[in-house]
Structures are given as C-alpha cells and as structure tokens.
Write a new protein. Structure first.
Length: 136
C-alpha cells in the first residue's frame, strides 16, 4: 500500500517540548514496527505518521495534507530519559494552533493503545518532495 502526503507552505515554526514518556514510547513502537509507524488518533480523527526524522499529522477530512509536523527532536539535550525532549512544531494549516493544544496528550493515549498490540511490520519510507512554485 502506498500513502502520499503533501504540504502547503509553512505558516509557523515554534519551539516545543515533548514529555519524555511520549518520546520514548513513540521510538520504542517505531523500532518494533520498522521504518514507519501509523498511529490513529481516534479522539481527534487524525492520523500520525512517525519516522526517525519527524512526526506528521493529518486530519481525516484532508487525508493527504499535512497539518502539523514535529521535527528536529533533540533527545541529547536531556540529562535523564524521563525529561522533556525539545523539538520544533511546524504549522502548515491555520487550524494547527488549535489542534496542537490537544495533540500531545491524545498522541500519548494512542501510543499506549498501540503498545498493547502486536504491530505488523510497516516498512515504509517518507520521500522528501521538492516544492515547486504554483503557476497561476
């Protein structure tokens, strides 16, 4: 199965912190799953797609368009495994600010649900796409 995701122009890039428990669980599940992990966040009707470089989030209403991306995780900045991990939140849609208010908590709950299941290998790769200017 092939999934393609697209991005609009970046609207904002903000610093943030992810709780250590969420970061650790995400990377543990990602290691079990392979190169890519799809995480349904049913409470928000979103899908998270995790790989080693970034976490992207898509709304079920706009399945192919990335609304938010979490990038540039810096786990080496923490002095203990349970400490928060700094990263950057990239907004690609105006509603991203509102979504971000609930996303960290809801992602942790979705990851915890996945942790209790056997994960199939999800060997996928996220291809970087070069953005070309629109011709109008």
């Amino acid at each position: 199965m092939e999934e393609r995701f697209y991005r609009e122009q970046e609207i904002a890039r903000l610093p943030a912190f992810l709780p250590g428990a969420t970061y650790n669980l995400a990377h543990t599940l990602l290691a079990r799953a392979g190169t890519c992990l799809f995480v349904p966040i049913r409470s928000l009707q979103y899908m998270a797609v995790l790989d080693a470089e970034e976490f992207i989030f898509v709304d079920s209403q706009n399945k192919a368009w990335v609304e938010l991306a979490w990038q540039h995780f810096r786990p080496q900045a923490r002095s203990a495994l349970n400490e928060h991990v700094p990263f950057e939140v990239v907004h690609y849609a105006p509603q991203a600010t509102e979504t971000m208010k609930r996303l960290p908590h809801e992602l942790l709950q979705a990851l915890q649900m996945l942790a209790g299941r056997d994960l199939p290998q999800q060997d996928a790769r996220v291809l970087p796409l070069v953005r070309r200017p629109r011709v109008e």
